[in-house]
Write a protein that binds this ligand. Structure first.
Ligand code: GAL
Length: 417
C-alpha cells in the first residue's frame, strides 16, 4: 500500500467513523398527540425502530384528541425558531405549513424508497408541497364507524343497526335496559366526528362531498342538512350527562366495560380495544355508521418534516421518513393504531376482521366515488373553515339551538377564509 493509499483509507475510515458517530449522536424530536393507551403503544414502535438505528427519540407529546393542543404548541415552537424535527400534521394543513416556508424537502428518502410507486396518488399529492415530498404518511384511518358492545345489545334485546331507523330502535332498547345508548365525549372535535358521519348517513357520499368538501351553499342550506341536524339533535338525547369534556378514549372504555352500547368514532378507537386485549367480531363489533356502509371517510395521519440546520439531524430526519414508510413499520404501527397501512405492499396476514373490512371497503368506496375526506379530521378543508364549522356543531350540541339556526350558522361558517 502506498502512502497515498494509506492516507486515503485512513481518511475514509475517519469519515465513516464520524458519520456513524454523527448518526449515533443524532436525535429526532417528534411532536404528536398520540397519548391514549393504544396510541402510545403505536408511537412507541417508531421510537423503538429509530433507537435500533442509533437515533435517539425526543418525545414531544401534547395530549388532546384531534390535535388542537398539539397545533397550538407547534405554532409557538415554530414562531420561536425552534421547530421540532417532525410533527403530526395532515391534509391541507401540510400546504399551509409549506407556505410558511418551514418544511423540509425529503425527496431523497422518497426517491430511494420509491414512494411515488408505493403510495396511491391521492395520498402522495397530500404529502408534497410544490411537487416535493415534505411529509410521510403513517396510515389510513376510517372515520365513519360505529363501535358496538354485542353483550349490551343482547341484554337490551337489540340488534346491530344498519340505518338510522334501526339505530334509534336499538338506542331506545339500550336506554330502557338502564344502560347508556351512546358513549360520547363532549369535545368540539368529537361532536364534529359524529356530525360528519350523520351527514354521510343521511345524505350519502355525493351530498357529503358537495356540503362538506366543496362547501356548496345549496347543499349546506338544503333540507338534507336540516335533516342531518335533526338527526344529530336526536342523538344528543341518548348521551349521558357526564359527557362534556370527556376524552374519546374514556368514551371507548364505556363500550369496552359494557356501560354503553354504541360509539361513533374513527378506528383509533380500535387501538383501545386492542390494547385492552379485546377481539374484533367477538368482544366488540365494528360496523359502518348508520347508512354509510358503501362510503368511506378517510383520515390520513402523517408526520411533516421541518427544516433543521444540523447535518446530523438532517440525516436522522431522512432515516425517520424512510422508517415510517417501511412495510415493517406500517404493519406494526397500524396493528396497534387500529388503522390500515398507507402504502402498498404490506401483508394483510396479521390484520383483524375490522382492518380487513376497512381495506376492502376503501377499495369498494373508491370504485363508486364514495371515498371522501374527513372534514372533522382536517382532510377536507383548510383549518380556518374547519374551525368555524366545528364551532357551529359544538354550539348545536351544547345548547338549545334549533336545526334551522344551525343550518344558517353552518352555511355562514363555510364561507370563512
Ligand atoms: C385523529 C388522528 C388520530 C387520533 C385521533 C384522536 O385526528 O388522526 O391519529 O389521534 O385524532 O386523537
Amino acid at each position: 500500500m502506498t502512502m497515498h493509499h494509506i492516507i486515503k483509507s485512513l481518511f475514509a475510515a475517519t469519515v465513516l467513523l464520524s458519520a456513524t458517530a454523527a448518526v449515533q449522536a443524532a436525535e429526532v424530536e417528534v411532536l404528536h398527540y398520540w397519548t391514549s393507551g393504544g396510541e402510545a403503544k403505536s408511537v412507541a414502535e417508531l421510537k423503538k425502530m429509530m433507537e435500533a438505528k442509533g437515533i435517539s427519540w425526543k418525545d414531544f407529546a401534547v395530549a388532546g384528541g384531534g390535535g388542537e393542543n398539539a397545533t397550538t404548541a407547534l405554532k409557538a415552537r415554530v414562531i420561536a425558531g425552534s421547530a421540532p424535527t417532525a410533527a403530526q400534521i395532515k391534509g391541507p394543513s401540510i400546504q399551509e405549513w409549506g407556505q410558511e416556508n418551514v418544511l423540509a424537502n425529503i425527496d431523497a428518502a422518497a426517491t430511494e424508497g420509491k414512494w411515488d410507486a408505493t403510495l396511491p396518488k391521492v395520498v402522495s399529492d397530500v404529502m408534497k408541497y410544490k411537487g416535493h415530498y415534505v411529509a410521510a404518511p403513517v396510515n389510513v384511518h376510517r372515520v365513519n364507524w360505529l363501535w358496538v358492545n354485542p353483550e349490551v345489545l343482547k341484554k337490551a334485546g337489540a340488534t346491530t343497526p344498519t340505518n338510522f331507523d334501526e339505530f334509534f330502535v336499538a338506542a331506545d332498547k339500550i336506554k330502557k335496559a338502564g344502560l347508556i345508548a351512546i358513549a360520547h365525549g363532549g369535545q368540539p372535535w368529537q361532536d364534529a366526528t359524529v356530525f360528519e358521519s350523520v351527514a354521510l348517513g343521511v345524505g350519502g357520499a355525493d351530498f357529503y362531498k358537495k356540503a362538506l368538501v366543496n362547501m356548496d351553499q345549496a347543499a349546506l342550506t338544503s333540507p338534507t342538512m336540516l335533516k342531518t341536524f335533526d338527526t344529530l339533535g336526536k342523538i344528543k338525547t341518548y348521551i349521558d350527562k357526564d359527557a362534556p369534556g370527556r376524552d374519546w378514549n374514556l368514551a371507548t372504555a364505556m363500550i369496552i366495560n359494557g356501560k354503553a352500547g354504541m360509539q361513533f368514532m374513527g378506528d383509533w378507537a380500535k387501538g383501545e380495544f386492542t390494547a385492552a386485549g379485546k377481539v374484533a367480531g367477538k368482544d366488540y363489533l365494528c360496523v359502518a355508521a348508520p347508512g354509510t356502509e358503501k362510503a368511506f371517510t378517510f383520515n390520513i395521519d402523517s408526520l411533516a418534516m421541518f427544516q433543521v440546520k444540523d447535518p446530523a439531524t438532517q440525516k436522522a430526519q431522512l432515516v425517520l421518513a424512510s422508517t415510517i414508510m417501511s412495510p415493517e413499520f406500517q404493519e406494526v404501527f397500524n396493528l396497534n393504531k387500529g388503522s390500515i397501512p398507507a402504502r402498498a405492499g404490506v401483508s394483510r396476514a396479521k390484520f383483524d376482521a375490522c382492518a380487513i373490512k376497512s381495506m376492502d371497503d376503501m377499495d369498494a368506496a373508491n370504485k363508486v366515488g364514495a371515498l371522501v375526506p374527513s372534514m372533522a379530521h382536517g382532510m377536507a378543508v383548510n383549518s380556518a373553515k374547519q374551525g368555524a364549522i366545528t364551532d357551529v356543531i359544538a354550539k348545536f350540541m351544547n345548547s338549545t339551538m334549533s336545526s334551522k339556526d344551525a343550518v344558517a350558522a353552518l352555511a355562514k361558517a363555510a364561507k370563512t377564509r
